[in-house]
Design a protein around this ligand. Structure first.
Ligand SMILES: NC(=O)c1ccc[n+]([C@@H]2O[C@H](COP(=O)([O-])OP(=O)(O)OC[C@H]3O[C@@H](n4cnc5c(N)ncnc54)[C@H](O)[C@@H]3O)[C@@H](O)[C@H]2O)c1
Ligand SMILES: [Fe+2]
Length: 388
């Protein structure tokens, strides 16, 4: 038996944040980041809409990029004293993920972070509040996913929390919010979306429900990411939809080792999530191709890439990703990104061991051991081909 779960409602397209005027409830807490949403006037609009609906509003701001366990606990405490019946995550992946995790500890104050990281082990939510996610970046798709990524800074590990209980009730995918993203964020979040779609497509549990979403997302990202990066508004809106489609796929069939490895190198060196994925995706395709070359070839064929057989088509796909990275000014290697070589080597075994234990490793098409992960990390550090 397979399960396919999405938010009850996904509002998309220009002006969709106006649906907040029709929300029924008493109190809403808006969880957000450092201020881009306030600066560009979106917070005001959202507050106005909620007040028009008769809700009392509280703002919890200042959620950092790659949110910490401490921020999550602080937010949960604020929720316990305000007692909202709606939690609204507003922003990129960081504030929305933080809000999802706060929700758990708001409803279950005695639950621990250690218990929360057990995949699909959360208690039933929605006893106190329901959840609205409003996406302002075009990548993580956390507005529709069952995931929340929280960093334990003391342990230097990013943990993906995974459970359908934290799939939002309502997702708002309004392209107006994505228009203000700076170029670098467009590049990183866009390649995060590309990685989601590719990893979902080759996931060991990919199925008839998720394949069409993943393939459509891959095609849309390929066609729009560079134009969006260059400021084309239509392409920016297409990317906002594409990342959401990719999210609908991976939320239900999970991801693979690009994400496992990105979580761990992100935890140690703070490489932005999408950037880490973009650097490693070509190496992981080369590694996985030994067992799912035919799936990569299908993607390549859909994109009209060159090649007479699975091997050649996969090679073209790897080249496409490398070319996209170049066009988006994403470094080709971690060395080029600026990760210190001695520190990288010193942390290699630690990162590899934790990457194997990451929840995303379970659905990677090719089984891995820490030594192989170390080799893939090295290949994407030095820019070498993966041929083992
Ligand atoms: N939950 C999931 O399913 C999932 C999937 C992938 C990644 N993640 C996690 O999400 C986090 C990354 O999220 P992200 O890439 O969306 O970035 P982010 O939320 O960390 O935001 C990055 C920066 O962009 C700014 N910003 C956001 N929207 C903006 C806009 N419209 N205009 C201008 N500036 C804007 C923010 O203020 C912040 O400074 C990581 O922690 C990653 O591990 C979660
Ligand atoms: Fe991601």
């Amino acid at each position: 038996m397979a399960r396919f779960t999405l938010p009850r409602d996904i509002y998309h397209g220009k002006g969709s944040i106006d649906v907040l005027k029709e929300i029924e409830g008493k109190k809403a807490i808006i969880v957000m980041g450092g201020g881009s949403m306030r600066r560009f006037g979106f917070l005001q609009k959202i507050e106005d809409n909620l007040k028009a609906a008769g809700l009392e509003v509280m703002v919890f701001d200042g959620v950092e990029s790659d949110p910490s366990v401490e921020t999550v606990m602080k937010g949960a405490e604020a929720m316990r004293s305000f007692e909202p019946d709606w939690i609204i995550g507003l922003g990129g992946g960081s504030p929305i993920d933080a809000a999802k995790a706060m929700w758990i500890f708001y409803e279950y104050p005695d639950f621990t972070f250690k218990e929360a990281i057990v995949p699909f082990g959360l208690p039933k939510l929605r006893k106190k509040a329901k959840f609205i996610a409003i996406a302002s970046t075009s990548g993580t798709a956390t507005e529709v996913t069952a995931f929340s990524v929280i960093t334990d800074y003391a342990a230097k590990i990013k943990y993906p929390l995974a459970d359908f209980n934290i799939t939002p009730d309502i997702a708002i995918v309004d392209p107006d919010l994505a228009e203000t993203m700076p170029q670098k964020l467009v590049a990183h979040t866009g390649m995060d979306a590309m990685t989601h779609a590719m990893e979902a497509y080759v996931s060991t549990i990919a199925d008839n429900f998720t394949d069409p979403l993943a393939l459509k997302a891959i095609e849309m990202v390929r066609d729009n990411i560079k134009k969006s990066y260059d400021g084309d508004k239509h392409a920016r809106a297409e990317m906002h939809d594409a990342q959401c489609l990719a999210g609908m796929a991976f939320s239900n069939v999970s991801l693979g080792i690009v994400h496992s490895m990105a979580h761990k190198i992100g935890g140690v060196f703070h490489v932005p999530h999408g950037c880490a994925n973009a650097i490693m995706l070509p190496s992981v395709i080369e590694f996985n191709a030994a067992v799912c070359g035919e799936r990569y070839a299908k993607i390549a064929k859909m994109l009209n890439l060159e090649g007479e057989n699975d091997k050649e088509l996969t090679k073209s796909l790897v080249k496409l990703i490398r070319d996209l990275n170049k066009e988006l000014n994403i470094p080709a290697t971690f060395k080029e990104y600026g990760v210190d070589e001695a520190e990288f080597l010193a942390n290699l075994a630690f990162m590899a061991e934790n990457a194997v234990a990451d929840a995303c490793t379970v659905t990677n098409p090719r089984k891995v051991v820490p030594e192989e992960i170390e080799k893939i990390y090295k290949a994407s550090f030095y820019g070498e081909e993966v041929d083992f």
